[in-house]
Structure formats: C-alpha cells, structure tokens
Design a protein around this ligand. Sequence first.
Ligand code: HMG
Ligand code: MG
Length: 296
Amino acid sequence: NLPEKVTLIEVGPRDGLQNESNQVPTEAKISFIKSLKKAGIQEMELTSFVSPKWVPQMKDASEIIENCLDETRNYVLAPNRKGVDRVMETECKNIALFVGVSETFNKKNINKTTKESLEELIPIIKELKENGFFVRTCISTAFYCPYEGKVDPKNVLDLCREFVESGVDELSVADTIGMANPKDSYNLFSLLKKELPSVLLTAHFHDTRGMALANIFACLQAGVTRFDSSAGGLGGCPFAPGATGNVATEDVVYMLHQMGIQTGINLDQLLEAVDGIKEYVSRPIESKYYRVSQSR
Ligand code: HMG
Ligand code: MG
C-alpha cells in the first residue's frame, strides 16, 4: 500500500550549500532557487539565520529571502531566539527550527545542550503559532551521532513529543550522517507515526553510505509521504564530521515516478537547476540520475 503522491521538500539551497567551501554568489543561489521552483518544487528550505562566523555561506540569508518568497512554502531555518527574531522581521511565514537528539552534537552545532535548546524554543513556538507561522522542526541525529554513536529511538520519540505537544506543525527527522538502514528507518518512522499521529512527519536522509533510497522506500511502507532531498545530492552539516550529501532529489523523483508515485516535479527541469549550480560547487555531482543524463 504505497501512496499515490509524495511531497519532496527541497533542501539544496540550505543543507546543500551550507557546507560548501566556495562562497557561492548570492545571484547564483537565487537562480538555483528559481529554477528549482520552475521544476515544480512546492516546499523548499531557502536559507538559514545562523551565525555568519559559524556558517559563512549563509550570511546572505536576508537577500535570499527578499528575492525568493512566493506563494509556495519557503522555509528559513533558525536555531535560537536571534534567528527567530530575524525571520520575524521578514515576510516569511514558514520557519524551520533545529535541534539534535544527541547532546554532544547539539553542543557542537548550536553551542547549547539539547535541554537548553528546548527551553529556549518551546515558548518561542507558542509565539510563532500566535503570529500565524507554519513551524517545522528538524530533529538531527535521530539514528546515529558522530560523537556519541547509536541513538536510542526512545530519546527521539521523547524529544519529538515535546515539540508536538508545543504545537509544531511538522517534524523533519534526520539521519544526519547517513548511517541508518532500512529496518531501523521503518521501525523509527512506524513508531513516530503511531505515537504522534497528528503531526506532519518528514524523513531527512543523507546518502553517505548509499542507503538513502532504501531508507525512503522503507519509510513509504511505514506510511511516510514527505521527504527532504537536495538537488544534485549536495549537502552535509558542517558540525557533523563525516556528513556528506543529502539524498539527491532527482534520484528520489526518478524512483517514485518509476513506481507510479506522483511528485509534481519535472525531472528535465530539475536537471537544469543542477546544471546551473554545478559550476559554483567544489564537489562533483554524484547523483546516479544526473550521471546517467550526462552520459546520454
Ligand atoms: P554562539 O557563539 O554560542 O552564539 O553560537 P552567541 O549567542 O554567543 O552569539 C555569537 C554571535 O553570533 C553574536 O554576534 C550573535 O549576534 C550572533 P557577534 O556579537 O559576535 O557579532 N548570532 C547570530 N547571528 C545570526 N543568526 C543567529 C545568531 N545567533 C547568534 N541566529 C549559534 C550559537 C547557534 C549562533 C551558532 O552555534 C550557529 O550559528 N550554529 C549554526 C549551526 C548550523 O547552521 N548548522 C547547520 C544547520 S543544522 C543541519 O544541517 C542539520 C539538518 O540538515 C538535519 C540533519 O541533517 O541532521 C537540519
Ligand atoms: Mg541535513
């Protein structure tokens, strides 16, 4: 019983570029975003409000937002009060908060313990909801932590529950360093679906060990219909050693379309978006579908 339709949340402009060592010109990011939208992407993480000292690539967040908001759902990431305030100064009404299940990872990523992040974010969620925001929350290290190893699904559920009870609209649950396998993915997402049926549940896989498509298929079987992906398979968190690219949007679209599952995304136009950003990134485009298209 696979779904007829799946929603892909494009994270290329944010997760895809944040770890890129070359500073990508703002204009190139804007064209990338616009060509992704042209390909039919309806939900996208545009950028993040984080410290420019920690993540210099995202320092042009305000300009990206000014140029790219439209009627589709555009998210801006924020890890703390300052980031949320900055989102509130824009016209953007969709925010993505982020926090790690693993304490060590959260400390390295946000310079706070998970508990400190929660204490800061919970009151903010209420405020965001009162101000008409759609609140997405990205839950990192839901399977493995680069510092602490295997993460207990119970800790993931407990953290997710806190956010759901605080009123978030969506949880994007992440395999930050690409170590999950399909069995674990099926089990974790089945558990979250069962225990937290009211929230929109999204799966976020990095393809470090080539498991991402298999994990997505396992999640489809667990009833998940929303997936984060990154055009060209770009991506990785700068504070998660070993993290490589997200699952490539074109590979996911190809797999889903071949199975008769709609995404609303045009593959040829998606490849044009990848072509447009390719010259600005230092790593080669490794997605299978992109490579095949190049050898034709
Ligand atoms: P800190 O040094 O503890 O912060 O960093 P602070 O409060 O002491 O402030 C230090 C400076 O940063 C100050 O500026 C603040 O104003 C500024 P200064 O006075 O030195 O000029 N600052 C900010 N500037 C812009 N936006 C903000 C902000 N907050 C403070 N929001 C901080 C704490 C959270 C800022 C830092 O750790 C940080 O920027 N971390 C971001 C890490 C990040 O972006 N990681 C990648 C995204 S998460 C991810 O990729 C995982 C995900 O894909 C899912 C998955 O795969 O797992 C979502
Ligand atoms: Mg990520």
